[in-house]
Design a protein around this ligand. Sequence first.
Ligand code: ZN
Length: 313
Amino acid sequence: MLKQIKSFLLLAVLLSMVLTSCSGTANVKQQPGADAVTETNTPEAALTVTVSVLPQKYFVERIGGDLVRVNVMVEPGDDPHSYEPKPDQMRVLSESAAYFSIGVEFEDVWLDKIAAANAHMLMVNTIANIQRFEMAAHENEAGEVHDNEEVELDPHVWTSPELVKTMSQTIYETLVKLDPSHEAEYSANLQLFIQDIDALQAQIKESLTGLKSNKFMVFHPSWGYFAQEFGLEQIAIEVGGQEPSAQELAGLIDQAKTDNIKVVFAQPEFNTKSAEVIANEIGGKVLLISPLEPDWLANMQAVAQTFSQVLDE
Ligand code: ZN
């Protein structure tokens, strides 16, 4: 008897759930209220994906448009070298159809855990077709590289527009693989983005031509690929992710004087103290630039403009 009551109660609960959900759906269909109108006007994102850093969100959104929703791991103001994803960020990975890695350091520790958080998520290495170079190492007067630093590959590939084209192709192919029905949109968006990058490259080349100097000094060496693409020379203050020693600082001050450097670049995500020390010693100033701004294209234009002014003083 008890067993029968239990099954009856269970059946009643199930039945009420079914009825509730049916009537819910019927209500939306029968009464085209404000909610229903909003739903039909807003295109539902076909895909949700996750990326490591903010500029990648810009790349995916340029190609995916309204069809793709993008989560970002490293939040604004945080340092992608030492970042630790928060528990709720790991949880939302369950909604992601793909994870686009880019080779920033926190991935060394976290990528396996990220992959394990969602077995259905496609893991996409966006730098698979990119040859990275070693971080510039400081040399002493004898030309020998420090013995206390490890060789580290420079992760800041997105500061080169040419490399962004390569990564965009990979992003495009992934979106088409996951959502083939929207191939035409993704393809058209990619073409427009490539055209914008072509225009950006022409604009940067023009603004950096015929300047007095091609050497710039920066605390955190984020601009190596930008420098390589546009014929500039980056002098890093940081040594293997560390503050320079007093001796190294003295060497940098000498170098800044020799090269007639008047501006020392620093990044809002990092300590600016040693940049300020050098700027004081050379009677120059510190300017903040970041490679992590969310509007990648506008940021690249602004940074190129800044370089063209600073290197022509
Ligand atoms: Zn960095």
